[in-house]
Design a protein around this ligand. Structure first.
Ligand code: NDP
Ligand code: MG
Length: 384
């Protein structure tokens, strides 16, 4: 982790502002008195207008260029930027000291890359796909441009905190917790999208909610932790914790465990990333009484997605993980559009990742080429 030189956030550009992370981030900024100087979405410009009420945000980025005419009508005084070619310019224009990447899916990688290229001091990263697709390249580029990447994903925020309090050489293993999603205890054969989207603990975007139900989300989080903290895959484990209060554990050499317990509220990890290296002044207390804490071994017979963890530990090429993410995005969308049943998601994703030719990308464009190839393979499987 390269988090040493950081300062608390004063001004921020929030990409994915209309999403679940984006809205939580706006709330945190209001509470912490952080100036929101830029906001970005893909196409939801009417919602963007609503959520920015009273904030005086001067720079806006809209991913979907076909929205330019309507956006110019809607936002008359703001400086507007459109499309992937202008992400860097928008960030530069805003002068933000922090970019928060709350974009969903593989599209989010370009926003992380743009923040790093602009040498923005702090990148608060919710878009885990950035690290899944290009962990090595992104961490290296961030180091070179002195951008500190701070995790927003709750488990990684917890581990990041815990690692500040222990000596790295004392750490044997990192453990990420998983809620187990809606089907941990209830058996459902071929659930509908509506049943899958009813997550027991968190209100999140559609992709990550489906990924929680298959547990691919945890596979992606293991990759994310590997790049953020520099631990080998054999030293990163997962445990199912349905109560959602323990978010991360660090196992020390003597077998003891240090755990981070907090409310299941994304505003907490967001506040932590923005206040870093200080402690946030916001407070989200929890009550500990009458709560059972279960930590269960995940069932990889039931959650076949977890087989990917074994492949990671055996040593796979970066193209494997890029393909996992790309195929998952295609399979999840196809499930939500009712083109494939739920049970086919892991099958398609694991097959595509196993079938992609082994490659080591040397640039972000290489990453997107592998991503594109995997998407085509997944589309082909869906259409069969
Ligand atoms: P949502 O689906 O709720 O929101 C996605 C946001 O990204 C929207 O603002 C959307 O804009 C924007 N977006 C989508 N595609 C593009 C694009 N091509 N260019 C620009 N903006 C785009 O997602 P979440 O907030 O749930 O998740 C965001 C990221 O954070 C994901 O990577 C997820 O894995 C991660 N994360 C989320 C957690 C959560 O609690 N939600 C927890 C931990 C991690 P528009 O409205 O215009 O479509
Ligand atoms: Mg998480």
């Amino acid at each position: 982790m390269n988090a040493i030189r950081s300062e608390p956030t004063r001004s921020i550009f929030i990409f994915g502002a209309t999403g679940s992370i984006g809205r939580n981030a706006l709330d945190v900024c209001r509470r912490m008195g952080i100036r929101v100087v830029g906001a970005g979405v893909d196409r939801n410009i009417t919602s963007l207008k609503d959520i920015l009420q009273g904030l005086n945000v001067s720079v806006l980025h809209i991913g979907d260029e076909s929205k330019s005419e309507v956006a110019r009508d809607l936002f008359r005084t703001e400086r507007l930027f459109f499309g992937k070619e202008s992400i860097e310019e928008a960030i530069k224009e805003s002068g933000a000291d922090t970019v928060l990447n709350g974009v969903s899916g593989g599209a989010g990688l370009r926003y992380s890359v743009a923040a790093v290229k602009q040498s923005v001091p702090k990148l608060a990263l919710a878009n885990k796909e950035s690290l899944v697709m290009a962990g090595q390249l992104l961490m290296k580029a961030a180091e070179e441009s002195s951008t500190t990447i701070l995790p927003v994903d709750s488990e990684h925020s917890s581990l990041f905190r815990l690692l500040r309090f222990v000596k790295r050489e004392d750490v044997r293993r990192l453990i990420l917790t998983a809620s187990g999603g809606p089907f941990l205890e209830k058996e459902r054969t071929e659930p509908s999208p509506e049943e899958v989207l009813a997550h027991p603990l968190w209100r999140m975007g559609r992709r990550i909610t489906v990924d929680s139900a298959t547990m691919f989300n945890k596979v992606f989080e293991v990759v994310e932790a590997h790049h953020l903290f520099g631990f080998a895959y054999e030293r990163i484990d997962i445990l199912v914790h349905p109560e959602g209060l323990v978010h991360g554990l660090v196992e020390l050499g003597d077998g003891t465990l240090v755990a981070h317990i907090s409310a299941a509220d994304m505003r907490l990890p967001i506040s932590y990333a923005l206040a870093y290296p200080n402690t946030p002044s916001t407070s989200f207390p929890i009550s500990l009484s009458d709560t059972a804490y279960r930590l269960l071994k995940p069932d990889s017979e039931k959650f076949t997605a977890l087989r990917a963890l074994q492949r990671l530990r055996e040593g796979v090429s970066p193209s494997y993980v890029i393909a996992l993410n790309a195929a998952d995005e295609v399979a999840v969308n196809s499930f939500l559009e009712k083109r494939i049943p739920f049970s086919l998601i892991p099958e398609i994703v694991l097959d595509v990742a196993d079938g992609i030719p082994e490659k080591e990308p040397s640039s972000i464009e290489d990453v997107y080429n592998i991503d594109e190839e995997a998407r085509m393979m997944a589309e082909e499987r869906v259409g069969r």
